[in-house]
Design a protein around this ligand. Structure first.
Ligand code: URA
Length: 243
């Protein structure tokens, strides 16, 4: 048995707080009866409806996927391009990506059918770390890396301080190899940060999400998260929001 607001949030209808509000406003019924008590618990066999619409009560699933380049982080694509969900032909649950990676970015992407979990992982105030391996055009001078690590101005505002580690310099190919960790998730953020210092990104791969890595996976592979990993991620997100 689970609390009604949690069940509604997990089904992806609304955040837990919004779900509480909907219950109090009398928009939720359980087995045909209006319920306005927040403490109410429901089981899998109870018929829960929000504004008359039955909740989808699928088993919750959580995957760690190594997204290849040239794949779109969406469930469908109107241009017929390959989507991340196409790599899961045998998964019956209606999964979707948690946040997104650009078409040309490879690396670690979580997929789930748990809307509440996805919100927790992507909400900016939860500050989940994302680590990228970046190959740049040209060799990046230290003082420019400092601008990335201190935070710099983009068209949508200042970026938060980032962790930057120099992994190597390829003088022959004239490029730097860097590891960059950010906890924000703005659109094309890493690419825009490097454009801002005059060194566009040549190649981008997300290597880590929080403490999770791509260890043991090749591009296109996935594995299920363990119950322990899911719990750790939730705990980290909740700790992040109280920082
Ligand atoms: N930053 C980017 O620029 N692209 C991504 O896909 C992820 C982060």
């Amino acid at each position: 048995m689970e609390r009604l607001q949690k069940v509604i949030a997990q089904a992806g209808v609304a955040s837990r707080r919004k779900a509480e509000q909907m219950i109090q406003e009398g928009k939720v019924t359980v087995n045909g009866k209006k319920v306005t008590e927040l403490g109410t618990k429901v089981g899998l066999n109870d018929d829960v409806r929000v504004e008359g619409v039955p909740l989808e009560r699928e088993r919750k699933v959580y995957f760690l996927f190594y997204k290849p380049r040239g794949v779109i982080s969406a469930v469908t694509d109107d241009k017929g391009r390959k989507t991340v969900v196409d790599f899961f032909p045998h998964v019956e649950e209606r999964i979707f990506p948690v946040g997104r990676l650009d078409y040309d970015t490879s690396g670690l992407l979580l997929l789930t059918n748990d809307g509440e979990f996805a919100n927790l992982m992507t909400h900016p105030s939860n500050e989940m770390d994302k680590t990228y391996i970046v190959k740049t055009e040209g060799i990046v001078q230290r003082h420019l890396l400092k601008r990335i690590s201190s935070g710099l101005k983009l068209e949508d505002g200042m970026t938060a301080p980032a962790k930057v580690k120099e992994l190597g310099i390829d003088r022959k190919k004239n490029r730097s190899l860097l590891e960059v960790t950010i906890h924000e998730g703005r659109n094309r953020q890493v690419r825009r940060m490097f454009e801002a210092i005059g060194h566009p990104v040549q190649k981008l791969r997300r290597d880590r999400f929080a403490h999770l890595t791509l260890h043991g996976l090749n591009a296109g592979d996935y594995r299920e998260l363990t119950a322990h990993e899911i719990k750790q991620l939730r705990t980290m997100a909740e700790a992040g929001s109280s920082r």
